[in-house]
Design a protein around this ligand. Structure first.
Ligand SMILES: [Zn+2]
Length: 152
């Protein structure tokens, strides 16, 4: 397998690099080298295909354009109507409401993971931020029992 010209270049010592730099100032040597490089790069391209190639500016713009405006609410690609998955919902809630600070019922402070979480008050899991309340697991259970909600 032929080495890529940029790899060869990178492995050169400082002294070698300086002599290369000097020789580049000579037009004849420079042109010869460019020809040689073109030949090598051509071969490399044929061997490596797409590998290592970066997106062109045009593609980059196209990608960013298609992503624009799709990060919030209903434009989010994860939303598939109201039948969105449970975990996707919680990612969305966290993104919009942040971490729950304390339980709205007993006032328990959210110190570590699982202390307080966003609970859907009617278990309909709608895309409504106000339907989610910060509750500790204990109060969440109580809430669900009181409202005869069992399905998570
Ligand atoms: Zn609580």
């Amino acid at each position: 397998m032929a080495l890529r010209p940029d790899v060869i270049k990178r492995n050169k010592s400082k002294k070698q690099r300086e002599s290369v730099k000097k020789s580049w100032q000579n037009k004849e040597i420079r042109e010869k080298r460019i020809e040689k490089m073109k030949k090598i790069t051509g071969e490399v391209k044929a061997t490596y295909g797409h590998l290592g190639k970066k997106h062109t500016e045009n593609t980059k713009q196209m990608i960013s354009k298609s992503r624009r405006g799709k990060t919030a609410n209903e434009n989010h690609p994860k939303w598939k109507g109201d039948g969105v998955s449970y975990s996707a919902l919680h990612i969305w809630i966290k993104r919009h409401k942040g971490k729950p600070k304390k339980c709205i019922k007993c006032g328990k402070i959210n110190k570590k993971k699982g202390d307080v979480h966003w609970s859907n008050i009617d278990h309909k899991y709608k895309r409504k931020l106000e339907d989610y309340k910060a509750l500790c697991p204990k109060c969440h259970k109580k809430w669900d029992l009181e409202h005869k909600l069992t399905k998570h």
